[in-house]
Ligand binder design. Sequence first.
Ligand code: PGA
Ligand code: ZN
Length: 427
Amino acid sequence: MSSAIASVHGRRIWDSRGRPTVEVEVTLASGAKGRGMAPAGASRGRFEAVDRRDGAAALGGFGVSDALRGIDDEIAAALIGMDALGQTQIDARLIELDGTEDKSRLGGNALVATSLAVLHAAAADRRQPLWAYVANGRTVSVPIPEIQIFGGGAHAGRRIDIQDLMVMAPSAKSFDEALEMTAEIYLAAGRIMAKRGHLAGVADEGGHWPVFESNEAALDTLVAAIEEAGFVPGEQVAISLDIAASEFGSGGRYKLGLERRELDSDAMCELMLRWCDRYPIVSMEDPLSEDDAAGWRRFTAAVGGRVQVIGDDYLVTNAARIAKAAEQRDVNAVLIKLNQAGTVTETHAALEAGKNAGFGTIVSARSGETEDTTIVHLAVGWNAGQLKVGSFSRSERMAKWNEAIRVEEALGDAAQFAGMSMLGRRR
Ligand code: PGA
Ligand code: ZN
């Protein structure tokens, strides 16, 4: 069998925060090769797959030598001889081999990089671009990008509470045009910050560093940047926020560090609703913390008809959690992150669970990334609708936007730009 796995090798590479991460290379009997790289989050959900890290003093505890040993020994022994075209069987074998609920024994980092390396090797063996291999003849679409202008939260030393202040361009006719509009806004935002003496570099995902005196000041500045770039806020360009509320909320208490006040669940919900009324917001991610199901339900019941409500840390790319959230009407959209789930198969199952629920689906990068562009292909080939990879600077981000331009061009007339219709059925 020419698509049988002949070798599996792990190596240490470095992510966009300068921390070690795992890369896996898989070679098939045919000679086809594939590579997978593990990203890393900073604002992680409590129920996501757990990375295997050395934990000693060196490299801040982020070392991956144990994870690499597991790949070269146990994982290689289990996978060699298996058919790379059978992704489901490969991932089932990885899950069984790890044997833990949270993938902590072999590590979510080792598993996701291996799973992705096999996927790439299989596509190479079939001589197909990755998006076409995963689409397997089904409908594909070019996703609408969600792009950060200001970073915050855990990605900017908690300088402001909101983690991602992003834009979406409902008026764009193509991915390429959406990027051009974003470029104008990113530059305009930089000019505004420079004029105020507030230009202070970029946060972890490439957004301008958030030198603001309040969360609202950040929102006002984003509206000003959209206007300065020549667009009508709410019509041509809308705002999308990732509050990442689990980072500062738990047990029904929310500690807003920047404003030095603490809110209960009702007050936090009211504040999020006020922002939705006051600003041209079309999408809100993790507006409440992962343990505040009642808050989520209340928020979605209030604005779910006009605002996309995305569960990230709340749903951790888990098909069962997504199905439950659908039943309870907690959200109307779901973020999809490969390394929250840990394998390609589980990630795809989560995406399908979201689609079955009528949710908007957003394939997302992590704040710690590499030059890897796989998620662009998955968003297109899995017909996800939306893509979130951070801001409009730093090459681990730009590599992904640029890859999407290439895929859109390759698709030619078949390139259906998802546009805002993909924001999901409203609840
Ligand atoms: P993370 O956050 O990758 O730092 O966990 C990204 C997000 O919350 O969407
Ligand atoms: Zn998030």
